[in-house]
Design a protein around this ligand. Structure first.
Ligand SMILES: *Cc1c(COP(=O)(O)O)cnc(C)c1O
Length: 373
């Protein structure tokens, strides 16, 4: 690591170092069993992940992008359909809609919590709408009671994009259990990460669970028996063994993230920047700790100079990405998403960060603001 860095944005090496030698023996065991794609570790993980999420079924797959696509394909989404997604997310949420043949319809975000805005959601529904994909952005849950009310009244399905929100809750209920399915990513930097790509869906619907499993496994659960055409998107034995080990830590890692967020919120209270707002209904998973300031780029440069790594999540809202040029979206169409993209800055938050490092970050942010004013 660059010796100038005092606080990295994340440190995956530390996480894995703390799990050695358990990781090595888990990998050795998979090599001995030689069940490399699916197998007993995958089945164990699916059961355990359904369990920790208070959900009946879990369908694992190759990543948290495929999981969105698999869920939509299993629901029969296709040409002529419209699916509503928030304008501020990672590209997976919208690109998978297009992959099904359906049309992506973007919706603005709430200016305080940055999740799908309910009033704009209602405005975006047409006779062609079939579903909504709320995103629990940065780990803060979407307003699921309101999303479900809108969806139910218009007979739309809801797939929750939980890629940033493992174990987040809405009024004590786990995210991913409000809609027909919850989609998760285990990309290494996520709150629960594999040592490579991995993903999963949770659902309480037995029929949907079966359809999703089939679609992810070439359209059939028994080798050679293809009920439908599907895709190849499976979890492998080594990743599942690693995820099973890490799953035991997920609750304590999430608690640590909550403590760090509290530490930041207390330490930065009263500073001239917008701190994350937690809705009454929400218990966030704090995948990211995102502040907002008009001096974002200068603050970022200042922190870099002081050895604090930060990230911009995301520098452009989805409708303004080159791949959506044909939509000719205007800033005024998605004012809250645009504003967030121009002012947001993610400060380091990960379970292994020390309290001293958090104090250092807080101190440097304060120094920056005392110098600009
Ligand atoms: C990471 C992420 C995904 C995609 O996950 P991958 O496993 O990288 O494919 C989807 N949606 C959101 C909101 C994400 O942050």
């Amino acid at each position: 690591m660059d010796s100038k860095i005092k606080v990295p944005f994340n440190d995956l090496y530390l996480q894995h170092q703390s799990l050695q030698p358990h990781l090595s023996s888990a990998i050795d065991r998979v090599i001995k069993e030689s069940k490399f794609v699916r197998g007993p570790d995958v089945e164990f993980f699916e059961e355990a992940f359904a369990d920790i999420n208070d959900s009946k079924f879990c369908v694992s797959c190759a990543n948290g992008t495929d999981s969105l696509y698999i869920a939509m394909m299993a629901l029969g989404v296709g040409v002529g359909d419209e699916v509503i997604v928030p304008a501020m997310s990672w590209i997976s949420t919208s690109e998978t809609v297009s992959q099904t043949g359906a049309k992506v319809v973007f919706c603005d975000i709430d200016p305080k919590t940055y999740v799908i805005d309910i009033e704009d959601l209602k405005r975006k529904i047409t006779s062609r709408s079939v579903g909504i994909i709320p995103v629990h952005l940065y780990g803060h849950p979407a307003d699921m009671p309101s999303v479900m009310k809108v969806a139910d009244s218009r007979k739309l399905w809801v797939i929750e994009d939980c890629a940033q929100a493992h174990l987040a809750e809405v009024q004590g209920k786990k995210v991913g259990t409000f809609g027909v399915a919850g989609s998760f990513s285990f990309y290494p930097g996520k709150n629960l990460g594999a040592m490579g790509d991995a993903g999963a869906l949770i659902t309480n619907d037995a029929t949907l669970s079966k359809r999703m499993s089939m679609f992810a496994r070439h359209g059939g659960l028994i080798k050679g028996d293809h009920q439908i055409e599907g895709i190849n998107s499976r979890l492998d034995g080594i990743q599942a063994a690693i995820l099973n080990l890490k799953l035991n830590k997920l609750s304590s890692w999430t608690q640590r993230r909550r403590d760090i967020a509290r530490h930041y919120l207390d330490g930065l209270a009263g500073e001239p920047l917008m701190l994350p707002v937690v809705a009454q209904y929400a218990t966030p998973a704090w995948h990211l700790f995102v502040v907002r300031t008009a001096h974002r780029d200068r603050l970022r440069a200042y922190l870099r100079e002081k050895g604090v790594q930060t990230v911009i999540n995301y520098p452009r809202a989805l409708p303004f990405l080159p791949c959506y040029n044909s939509l000719a979206a205007k800033e005024s169409d998605f004012p809250n998403s645009y504003e967030l993209s121009q002012t947001c800055l993610s400060l380091p938050i990960f379970p292994e960060i020390t309290d001293r490092q958090v104090d250092y970050c807080i101190d440097q942010v304060k120094r920056f603001f005392s110098s600009v004013e």
